[in-house]
Design a protein around this ligand. Structure first.
Ligand code: TMP
Length: 213
């Protein structure tokens, strides 16, 4: 039996191509080796309904004319379902839940990138997360020029709808994350994404091993 008092909620954030997904896999393996139950999930997505919403947001032709308010509400709809169906019950049974993106992505992509009023974004974020603020948020910081280069080097898929903005958008997103991390220092760990994959893994593990003792 796992201890319900010890559930831990970790989120990974950053702009495109920062290596979050690789680091999440590595962290999950290390945690499992240390005897923890781990649930890896992502946003948008993480539940069957959320994955359908992800498709609408990122890949469907029907999303081509999506206005920013619709985009915001779809990310939040996916999130509300994710929190109730997966995150909350898994934390309650004592698992470590690691999510590839969560509400900070909305604060930054929709609030800063799409210029939606910050107060509205905050209110609807709070409504969707229903008090499930992450215990720790790992921000991998990298120049988006470098991030997109890495994406190009590793896959030939056409860019999804969220990857089609100009570089100013992603530079604003990068800065938005750094500003948010400064404001909510107590839960953020900022990591320099220019380091090697192994180095980033070590920095993350050093932080987390203290928390799971
Ligand atoms: P990713 O799974 O490859 O990170 O792609 C998700 C995309 O969706 C990425 O461009 C960030 C964006 N996004 C938002 O704009 N708002 C959000 O709330 C979330 C979770 C993601």
């Amino acid at each position: 039996m796992t201890d319900p008092e010890k559930g831990l909620f970790i989120t990974f954030e950053g702009s495109e191509g920062t290596g979050k997904t690789t680091q999440i896999q590595r962290l999950a393996m290390r945690l499992e080796k240390n005897g923890r139950q781990v649930v890896v999930t992502r946003e948008p997505g993480g539940t069957p309904l959320g994955e359908k919403i992800r498709h609408l947001l990122m890949h469907s032709k029907s999303g081509a004319n999506m206005v920013p308010r619709t985009e915001l509400l779809l990310f939040e709809a996916s999130r509300a379902q994710h929190v109730d169906e997966l995150i909350k019950p898994q934390l309650a049974r004592g698992a470590v839940v690691i999510s590839d993106r969560f509400h900070d992505s909305t604060t930054v992509y929709q609030g800063v990138g799409r210029s939606i009023n910050g107060k509205s974004v905050e209110t609807i974020n709070e409504f969707a997360i229903n008090s499930h603020v992450p215990d720790l948020t790992i921000l991998i910081d990298l120049d988006p020029e470098e991030g997109f280069q890495r994406i190009q080097d590793r896959n030939t898929d056409p860019p999804d709808r969220m990857e089609q903005e100009n570089m100013n958008f992603y530079q604003a997103v990068r800065q938005g994350f750094l500003d948010l991390a400064e404001k909510e220092k107590y839960r953020f760990l900022i990591i320099d994404g220019n380091q090697s994959v192994d180095e980033v893994e070590e920095v993350i593990w050093n932080e987390i091993k203290e928390r799971i003792k």
